[in-house]
Design a protein around this ligand. Structure first.
Ligand SMILES: *Cc1c(COP(=O)(O)O)cnc(C)c1O
Length: 450
């Protein structure tokens, strides 16, 4: 792979020169523990100094291979040239006016890009926000205003954020919901087609899961009471679950037949991550509304709801917005990120990353019984770890593997309802040599565990 580092000439090589975390990081972490609320956890307390391409450099001079992208955010790399150029120019012009007070072109341009890039050729409109959770909340507001209904249907293993409404939409108790209730009402959870863990086997999974979900919605909620069905086309925090083929189209069809707004939460899976602009394109799904954030703006806080113009326009004037929503610097960064995705054809790069990673992980799975399944698409790949010979979740080995990788200078993240999924979200501009080196480290860690 050619060198595609976005940052200014940050050497694209792993370098571990101290213990991980090193002394300077440890010193900073002691200050963090004293000054920052404990509820704000850290996966790996190495304190960042610079980052770019596939490398994250810390304050002790260690260079880590980045298989996390700040949780699927720096898809175009950290400090990507076009992101920095456009955001810096915007910073020099003005930092904020509030789009609801005096608007600016960048916001409109981002909305125009989202209309072009998202699935479907119907008339579309967009509203911009600061975070993914805010986008999901607003999608629900819009769907309720449009349908004049209240119920929202979500799925097992779903994740949609940490605000009050999105905690209600999120399935996992610990750490997202525990002790933070009561939660927003009129939220109903139904089964999702999780092939690896479907009791009657993966072959029947799509059909049975869809039938159960639709039956529960019809019998327990009443299809006519449902404003929105909200689903991640590839479930992120739930463990990179790809719903069995056929499940999403069946649910989308049911939504359409019953006047329910179908919302694809593409906050993690969108913007080239799976090798397509949006993961729902894989089965030709055209959502009514789509929520985006994470990869949209190269690390600047920005989120969006995009969808059918007649649905988006259902909220009354002044009903949507926020002080910072669609901040001009974040919009400039988004235009730089989208430019980078197009110019470097990052969809093709994501597919190439899958081509490199999946066969190697599959080989590891044949050799090491702790890997129950290898799954995912593009640069959204995961392994689910189990007790060998069973499907019993193995969070212990997952944590130990992550720790071993971290010590060798490979940043990996874990996830999953059962805490037993190791997920790989490299920046799409990572070099193939670093990608393979990261996999070598993982393989070494697996050999130690086995
Ligand atoms: C991260 C995420 C969110 C929440 O986004 P924030 O920016 O953290 O509020 C919502 N949905 C999905 C699918 C996500 O991955």
């Amino acid at each position: 792979m050619p060198e595609l580092s976005g940052g200014p000439a940050l050497p694209q090589e792993r370098r571990v020169v101290t213990a991980i975390p090193g002394p300077k990081s440890q010193e900073l972490h002691a200050r963090k523990q004293a000054a920052v609320a404990d509820g704000v956890g850290t996966v790996l307390p190495v304190y960042a100094k610079r980052a770019g391409g596939g490398i994250l450099q810390d304050v002790d001079g260690n260079s880590l291979i980045d298989f996390g992208s700040g949780i699927a955010v720096t898809t175009v790399g950290n400090s990507a040239e076009a992101v920095v150029r456009r955001a810096a120019a915007q910073l020099a012009d003005f930092t904020h006016t509030c789009f609801m007070v005096t608007p600016y072109e960048g916001y409109v341009e981002v909305a125009e890009e989202l209309a072009r890039l998202t699935p479907g050729d119907h008339a579309k409109k967009t509203a911009l926000f600061n975070s993914g959770a805010e986008a999901v909340e607003n999608a629900v507001k819009i769907a309720r205003a449009h349908t004049k209904r209240q119920a929202v249907v979500v799925f097992d293993h779903g994740y949609h954020g940490r605000t009050n409404l999105t905690m209600a939409l999120t399935s996992k108790n610990m750490p997202y919901k525990h002790s933070f209730g009561p939660f927003a009402p009129e939220v109903y959870r139904v089964p999702v087609a999780y092939p690896y863990r479907w009791l009657t086997g993966p072959e029947n999974c799509a059909e049975e899961a869809a039938a159960q979900a639709i039956d529960q919605i019809s019998k327990q909620v009443g299809a006519g009471n449902v404003a929105a069905i909200v689903i991640e086309p590839v479930l992120g925090e739930g463990g990179f679950i790809e719903p069995a083929k056929g499940f999403l189209p069946r649910i989308a069809e049911f939504a359409k037949a019953n006047g329910i707004v179908f919302v694809a939460d593409e906050i993690q899976s969108g913007f080239c991550r799976t090798g397509q602009w949006f993961a729902c394109e894989d089965e030709g799904i055209v959502p009514d509304l789509i929520t985006t954030a994470k990869g949209i703006a190269g690390g600047m806080p920005l989120a969006a709801v995009t969808g059918r113009a007649e649905i988006m326009d259902a909220a009354h004037v002044g009903g949507l917005g926020g002080t910072y929503g669609g901040n001009p610097v974040a919009c400039a960064a988004a235009l730089g990120a989208i430019e980078t995705m197009r110019e470097l054809d990052l969809n093709a790069r994501a597919r190439r990353i899958e081509e490199v990673m999946k066969p190697r992980l599959q080989k590891m799975a044949e050799q090491y019984g702790v890997i129950g399944e290898v799954r995912g698409r593009g640069a959204m790949i995961a392994i689910e770890l189990v007790k060998p010979g069973t499907k019993d979740p193995n969070p212990e080995v997952t944590g130990a593997l992550a720790k071993a990788c971290h010590e060798e200078g490979l940043l990996v993240l874990t996830t999953g309802t059962y805490g037993n999924v190791m997920r790989f979200l490299p920046p799409l501009v990572i070099g193939e040599d670093l990608l393979n080196e990261g996999l070598d480290i993982l393989e070494g860690a697996l050999a130690q565990q086995a």
